[in-house]
Design a protein around this ligand. Structure first.
Ligand code: TPP
Length: 581
């Protein structure tokens, strides 16, 4: 779990003048490669320290300007999600913290470790370097700035003086990196970071390590293995098993060996190759009622209890680094056995416990049943895309299929939920990332930029709805793409509405007045701007696609421009009803 600096220096070069300078050098030494920033008056000591570092040649995190805090955190999220390294974000005092909370909740729910930081209004009214010198410094101060974000982060603190700098930063990073990972928050008052450094340089590397994850308990493994061994229709439901790339292969092996089908409910990280014989798609509703044992692996919501219930005698085993999701206020999924531990360790222990005690005939029967289920399911997917192939406005199933067909096999796809993942093929881990279960909209476009930063050689495609696109702060996104040379393809599935809001209204009031109305409130987004022109305004390529037959060509053109001209591109694809959220 330890995050080492990619730079070779084991000691810092030169004593920086201020705490801000020492802080930046410390971050670099601890392996924080990027500082995503949205600046204000609190940044002055940091900006000065960056200028000093440029002159002295001190290693510091690369600064990445993001012109909205939501974007800064979404980019950091995308970067951390793909690289598994810990980035830092710095925003402007209370107001910047307020703006980043939605994106921070997205990262927290997906266990993405980020060092979130914010300045604090100067504490003193005069007399110190950094004391208040602007009228905003009174109004922006809050009694408890960290309180706004405390519920979301794993730890928060305010740096009190330069002497504690190393302890504070190392503690922040170690807590963020300890599983289940997550963002932490540090406030940096202006006088404190403006003060001269008076203490000796810290040791490198850090002496504070992230804690190792809990090892699965032997008795719990035995109990779960006994249930698995005798189950006729076991089912694995996962959402985030693949957050550790090694778990992708481990789950594939486990599911295959014991013939246990896998459903990925709302995956944020893919846990199984698309073509795997045990892959039964993404909808738990058809399989949960038939199962006599459900093995929940890293899934906060393995099924929707209002729609489906496991059969009477069905046992449920839940495993994960925090199998009960203790940060969620309410979550009542039954749990006969709960196993805390990493997916890889848990599956290895279950495999060892099952190795001799499982009946080969039982496994063979399971295997043939899953083969039939999978054949039926893939047939349905095929039928759905065939049915959509000629529709205009375009059918999201067809759009998803075309994206799949045109993408490079190494491409990373970021899905802010409008892509139909069952229409796509991903054979390796870390090629597909879905939006957070917190679903704070506006994540996908920024996360795609962060993913590109983490893996510059991979093409990156962001698929978002028109609603999500507008939430993402498009002008800021396209500017960041151009400014930081992060060419990405954005595909906007534009149904000119907040479809999820419509679906939820119809589900609650199927025969209600809104369902019968031609123009229910808060659903239709009429007279939307030409999104493709927003991308063009930042130097990118843009196209509007209304003809299903034109989509493959438009995708090929856009992908070629992104790759060969290193320019971002946006396809504004005019879609009909979708329906995944
Ligand atoms: C920050 C935030 N505000 C509001 C919502 C509520 N919300 C969920 S889905 C949705 C509509 C998204 O529209 P779009 O991206 O076009 O996709 P569609 O639902 O039409 O498929 C809204 C407004 C949210 N999830 N996050």
């Amino acid at each position: 779990m330890e995050q080492r600096s990619r730079r070779s220096s084991r000691t810092m070069r030169k004593q920086p003048g201020s705490v801000a300078g020492a802080y930046l050098a410390l971050l670099a030494d601890r392996g924080v490669d990027y500082l995503f920033g949205n600046a204000g008056t609190d940044f002055a000591p940091l900006i000065e320290a960056y200028a000093e570092a440029a002159q002295t040649g001190t290693a510091v995190p690369r600064p990445i300007v993001a012109t909205h805090e939501n974007l800064a955190v979404a980019m950091a999220h995308g970067y951390g999600m793909v690289s598994r390294r810990i980035p830092a974000v710095m925003v402007h005092v209370s107001v910047g913290t307020a703006n980043m909370i939605c994106a921070a909740l997205n990262a927290a729910r997906e266990n993405v470790a980020i060092l979130l930081t914010a300045g604090r209004s100067p504490l003193t009214e005069k007399g110190l370097p950094g004391s208040r010198d602007g009228y905003i410094h009174w109004a922006q101060e809050m009694y408890d700035q960290g309180g706004m974000i405390r519920e979301i982060v794993k730890w928060d603190y305010e740096l009190r003086n330069g002497e504690q700098l190393t302890t504070v930063v190392d503690r922040a990073l170690a807590i963020a990196a300890t599983e289940p990972r997550g963002p932490v928050y540090l406030a940096l008052p202006r006088e404190v970071i403006a003060a001269p450094v008076s203490h000796p340089q810290p040791l490198s590397p850090s002496r504070l390590r992230a804690a190792s994850p809990p090892a699965p308990d032997a008795a719990a493994i035995e109990a779960a293995a006994a249930l698995l061994a005798k189950a006729n229709q076991p089912l694995i439901v996962t959402s985030n098993g693949g957050r550790h790339a090694a778990a992708f292969g481990a789950l594939a092996e486990f599911a295959e060996r014991f013939a246990i089908p896998v459903v990925q409910h709302r995956p944020r990280y893919l846990s199984l190759p698309s073509s795997h014989s045990m892959n039964l798609g993404f909808d738990p509703a058809r399989l949960v009622p038939k199962a006599d044992l459900i093995l929940v692996i890293e899934s906060d919501v393995p099924w929707l209890p209002s729609l489906v219930t496991p059969a009477g005698g069905c046992k449920v085993v839940q495993c994960g680094l925090d199998p009960l999701f203790t940060r969620y206020p309410i979550r009542g999924f039954p749990c006969d056995v709960a196993i805390a531990g990493s997916v890889v360790a848990t599956l290895a222990a279950l495999t060892a416990a099952l190795a001799d005690g499982i009946d080969a005939d039982l496994v063979a029967r399971r295997r043939s049943r899953v083969r039939d289920e999978r054949a039926a399911l893939t047939g349905e997917w095929q039928a759905a895309r065939d049915a959509g192939a000629h529709k205009s406005p375009l059918d999201p199933a067809w759009v998803s299929h075309c994206i799949d067909r045109s993408k490079d096999p190494r491409a990373i796809v970021i899905n802010e939920y409008t892509l139909f993942v069952e229409q796509c093929g991903f054979e390796h881990p870390d090629l597909y990332f879905g939006s957070s279960s917190a679903s704070g909209l506006g994540w996908g476009a920024g996360a795609a930029l962060g993913a590109k930063l983490a893996r510059p050689d991979s093409p990156v495609v962001a698929v978002v709805g028109d609603g999500a696109y507008l939430f993402s702060n498009p002008a800021a996104v396209h500017y960041a793409s151009a400014l930081h040379d992060l060419p990405v393809l954005f595909v906007v599935m534009n149904n000119a509405k907040w479809g999820a809001v419509e679906r939820s209204t119809r589900a609650m009031y199927p025969a209600g007045r809104a369902a019968l109305s031609n123009a229910p409130m808060f659903i239709e987004l009429s007279r939307l701007p030409a999104f493709e022109r927003i991308c063009e305004a930042a130097g990118g390529h843009g196209e509007r696609v209304e003809d299903p037959a034109a989509l493959p060509g438009a995708l090929a053109r856009a992908m070629s421009i992104v790759k060969n001209e290193r320019r971002q591109a946006l396809l504004n694809v005019i879609c009909g009803p979708g329906g995944t959220a």
